[in-house]
Design a binder for this molecule. Structure first.
Ligand SMILES: NC(=O)c1ccc[n+]([C@@H]2O[C@H](COP(=O)([O-])OP(=O)(O)OC[C@H]3O[C@@H](n4cnc5c(N)ncnc54)[C@H](OP(=O)(O)O)[C@@H]3O)[C@@H](O)[C@H]2O)c1
Length: 320
């Protein structure tokens, strides 16, 4: 079941836990005790791969929680974190300067309570810093043994992949991807396959919409940031609910939940190595983790393909 990351000797489960929701910036009603339980539930459910970042939590909360909950299991898990963004007055600021990259790595190591990060990503390119300079700094961390492999996220153009790879070997790429947002299939995914780069996708559940638990008359808590996105409003809201209803019928026939159907579909796609499933409750990650042992029938896959075609793609610029 384990999958290899790029050309490394790191092997990961196809479902990883996305550790943004446990830090509580956009998740409502998340407590520290609850987040520690969610991390333990992920480990107990067989997940060995945990994805965090310098900016998950205004003050590194996600990394600290991982260090506390999973420290005793350090040698049995694969830890991924990211650098190149920090918080300034409540806003995320991109900063890919070499000195920032080196400092953030040291801080992340301390917060995670470990001597190495298994997979260390550039979170997003900084328009003010040449990408080869950022890549050079990451290469230095690799050479120093502080990190075991390098990843990139949100690069968007193949040009940037090429420039980065010319300086530092890329093991994994982390773009967004889900049933309704599949634009990476046109270029990034084939590039990664051609270069033995693993593709590890975020938002497989489309920020929870494809988990199938949001009701049509869901009343948003004013603090829930999702309602600002067009896909959670108006016509898009109705169309996506119609789509989720179709998935529910297919999931019932397959004997699984919608979240499991969506996750199993995602990790079964050609070229997709891992789905990063975010969770803020133990039950959520236990549910999505179970998708790792689910095999979708040809008939199920065909019905999903038809439903996706009828729904049509969501414009990523408008959606998230
Ligand atoms: N590289 C990047 O720039 C980037 C960007 C975004 C995310 N990421 C990574 O990707 C991970 C995934 O993204 P995400 O966490 O934002 O979104 P996601 O995985 O698409 O959705 C997670 C949300 O879905 C809901 N959910 C999950 N499982 C559920 C279940 N079984 N039943 C019902 N609801 C369920 C929960 O929200 P509610 O309970 O509130 O509905 C949860 O917070 C992140 O945690 C992070 O590690 C990376």
């Amino acid at each position: 079941m384990l999958r290899r990351l790029g050309k490394t000797d790191l092997f990961v489960t196809p479902v990883a836990m996305g550790c943004w929701p446990i830090a509580g910036i956009t998740s409502i009603d998340v407590t520290e005790a609850n987040s520690l339980d969610t991390l333990s539930a992920a480990f107990d459910a067989g997940i060995n791969f945990f994805d965090t970042a310098y900016v998950y939590g205004y003050d590194g909360q996600s990394e600290r929680l991982i260090g506390r909950a999973l420290g005793p299991h350090r040698d049995r898990i694969i830890l991924a974190s990211k650098c190149g963004i920090h918080w300034e007055e409540g806003k995320q600021v991109k900063d890919g300067r070499p000195e920032t990259i080196r400092r953030q790595c040291d801080e992340s190591l301390r917060r995670l309570g470990t001597d190495r990060i298994d997979l260390y990503y550039l979170h997003a390119p900084d328009p003010e810093t040449r990408i080869c300079e950022t890549a050079e700094a990451l290469r230095g961390l690799l050479d120093a043994g502080k990190v075991r492999a390098i990843g990139v996220s949100n690069l968007h153009t193949l040009d940037r992949y090429e420039q980065f790879q010319a300086v530092c070997p890329i093991t994994a790429s982390q773009p967004h991807y889900n049933m309704l947002q599949r634009e990476i299939e046109a270029d990034q995914l084939p590039w990664c396959r051609d270069h033995d780069v693993s593709t590890i996708v975020y938002w497989p559940l489309m920020k929870g919409f494809l988990a199938g638990k949001l009701s049509r008359d869901h009343q948003w808590d004013p603090r829930d940031g999702r309602q600002k996105y067009p896909v959670f409003q108006g016509d898009q809201w109705i169309k996506t609910h119609d789509f989720v209803d179709q998935l529910r019928t297919i999931a019932d026939d397959q004997g699984c939940t919608v979240a499991q159907l969506v996750t199993a579909w995602t990790i079964g796609r050609p070229g997709i190595t891992v789905a990063l499933c975010g969770a803020k409750r133990p039950s959520q990650i236990s549910e999505t983790a179970a998708a790792m042992s689910l095999s979708l029938t040809e008939e199920t896959l065909q019905r999903i393909a038809t439903a996706i075609e009828e729904r049509g793609e969501v414009d990523s610029r408008a959606a998230v």
